[in-house]
Design a protein around this ligand. Structure first.
Ligand code: C2E
Ligand code: C2E
Length: 287
């Protein structure tokens, strides 16, 4: 099936009422989003989501359930509660993907592995994915059971992260890109990473101001968040980019980025900023 370029994460942190959740999800669907990640279990979230999902043919939606238990606490009982919520509260008869924390080993968490396999064989769970910020054990992905990886990917991703994402694609894993607007870039406005040269200082080095991230705040018609999302959307290795949004206006604004092309000048500036960051990384490691 086709999974939309953007996946909307539905989290308890948003504290919306059921009717607000419903409206948020309708807005997402109307704006071309068919992929949702349920990362919470509050009654209003499940009720609002159930109502919204019921209005669309199930096969047109891609629904992921995020399990946040640590491997040691991820038991058969946790899986049972998850499936009860999915079946009874959300009114679903299957989940497209169950996403768990990286078990940090060659197999699924022992206590939940068998029941997950059974549900997978019975097609109640169509796929399993792992969320990680490190290297996933290759035996786990070779087993054929894990078909997706959720990893940070953004403008400031270094080589390790980029290579990890590309290697996952070459292993036929679908990659969900997270954290498209990382904290470090979000704080740029308030706490600049790179000081602009003072007007009084001579710019003897022609490259002195090249490679900064000024374009994030100085590009007309684009906010820093939109540029970062636009960048993640251009990465061919990502099957979908995960966003979190609390309001309908935010969903509309972010969904609109899918239809927009980043200005050419910005693409060049991103590459320069990345090149400079990489050079600084190299210089620092040699010091
Ligand atoms: P944790 O929640 O027990 O997660 C353990 C490891 O599972 C993480 O190690 C990471 O490799 C993976 N993981 C968990 N959640 C995610 C996720 O949403 N996306 C991805 N891609 N991987 C995930 P890591 O990165 O070293 O984090 C260590 C601990 O730091 C986490 O333990 C958590 O307690 C905290 N932490 C890290 N990032 C966040 C965050 O954004 N929010 C919160 N609330 N805690 C965080
Ligand atoms: P949150 O905890 O409210 O974090 C929101 C955003 O702040 C994250 O977006 C990330 O950009 C930044 N952030 C928070 N903690 C850390 C950190 O320890 N290190 C870094 N580098 N950045 C951090 P993101 O990654 O899209 O995560 C969205 C939400 O997913 C988080 O909201 C949290 O609820 C959940 N989450 C993500 N990673 C983890 C994790 O490792 N463990 C747990 N328990 N939850 C996580």
């Amino acid at each position: 099936m086709t999974v939309s370029a953007i996946t909307l994460r539905l989290s308890d942190q948003s504290r919306l009422r059921a009717s607000e959740w419903r409206a948020l999800i309708y807005t997402a669907i109307e704006n071309g989003i068919n992929s949702f990640q349920i990362d919470g279990a509050s009654a209003p979230l499940l009720q609002g989501a159930a109502e919204a999902f019921a209005s669309v043919e199930r096969r047109l939606l891609f629904l992921t359930w995020r399990v946040r238990e640590e491997a040691g606490q991820f038991t058969a009982a946790v899986v049972e509660t998850m499936m009860t919520s999915a079946f009874d509260d959300l009114g679903l008869d299957y989940l497209d993907l169950v996403l768990l924390n990286d078990p940090l080993g060659p197999d699924l968490p022992a206590a939940a592995g068998d029941v997950l396999r059974t549900l997978h064989q019975g097609r109640a769970i169509r796929g399993l994915g792992v969320a990680s910020r490190g290297d996933v054990d290759p035996a786990l992905t070779r087993s054929g059971l894990v078909t997706a990886l959720s990893s940070p990917f953004n403008l400031s991703s270094g080589w390790a992260e980029r290579n990890r994402v590309r290697a996952a694609v070459s292993q036929n894993l679908a990659v969900i890109g997270e954290d498209f607007w990382p904290q470090a870039l979000r704080e740029l406005g308030s706490k600049p990473l790179f000081q602009k040269p003072s007007l009084w200082r001579r710019r003897s080095d022609p490259l002195a101001d090249v490679g900064g991230y000024d374009f994030l705040t100085g590009t007309q018609g684009w906010s820093a968040e939109e540029i970062c999302l636009g960048y993640a959307l251009t990465e061919p290795s990502l099957a979908t980019v995960q966003i979190t949004a609390d309001t309908q206006a935010e969903v509309e604004r972010l969904a609109a980025v899918v239809e927009r092309d980043l200005p050419n000048g910005v693409c060049a500036q991103i590459e320069m900023a990345r090149f400079s960051a990489q050079e600084r990384e190299r210089a620092a490691s040699q010091r």
